[in-house]
Design a protein around this ligand. Structure first.
Ligand SMILES: [Fe+2]
Length: 146
């Protein structure tokens, strides 16, 4: 039986992910400059991946008998990732993404530690996969920054 704490921390991650998702949509729409085409496409890839991750996290919460947060208001109230608006400069956006991905990884580590202590291997595995993939994306964005 999952603890309330684990459900709460998974819901925290779900909220963080939703704001990150909407931020990446804004970046996809608002990006300007000479590298428009590569970044416009890259940000689309990021939000499509986030959408899949969001569904997996919410359904994991249900599987372990919790209730996923599901209103925009609850996400805005709880997310540690802040909503970004009116950003169009490529390096500014990539540096913001590095920060946001770092926040997601941090929360995934919180969930991972809890899941490990509660012998919830599936949630633990899910977090490891997310961290692995996001750390790789962060490496690529750092390389892109030069
Ligand atoms: Fe589009």
């Amino acid at each position: 039986m999952a603890s309330d704490k684990l459900i709460t921390e998974l819901n925290q991650l779900l909220s963080d992910f939703h704001i990150y998702y909407q931020n990446t949509r804004g970046f996809h729409w608002n990006i300007k400059g000479k590298r428009f085409f590569e970044l416009h496409m890259k940000f689309e890839e990021l939000y499509n991946t986030a959408l899949e991750n969001i569904d997996e996290i919410a359904e994991r919460i249900l599987t372990i008998k919790g209730q996923p947060l599901h209103s925009f208001q609850s996400y805005l109230d709880t997310s540690n990732v802040k909503a970004k608006t009116n950003m169009s400069h490529d390096e500014e956006i990539v540096s913001s993404l590095l920060e946001q991905l770092g926040q997601l990884v941090k929360q995934e580590n919180v969930v991972k530690e809890l899941a490990t202590s509660e012998d919830d291997t599936e949630t633990e595995d899910m977090m490891i996969a997310l961290i692995n993939s996001q750390e790789k994306t962060m490496w690529m964005f750092r390389s892109w920054m030069g």
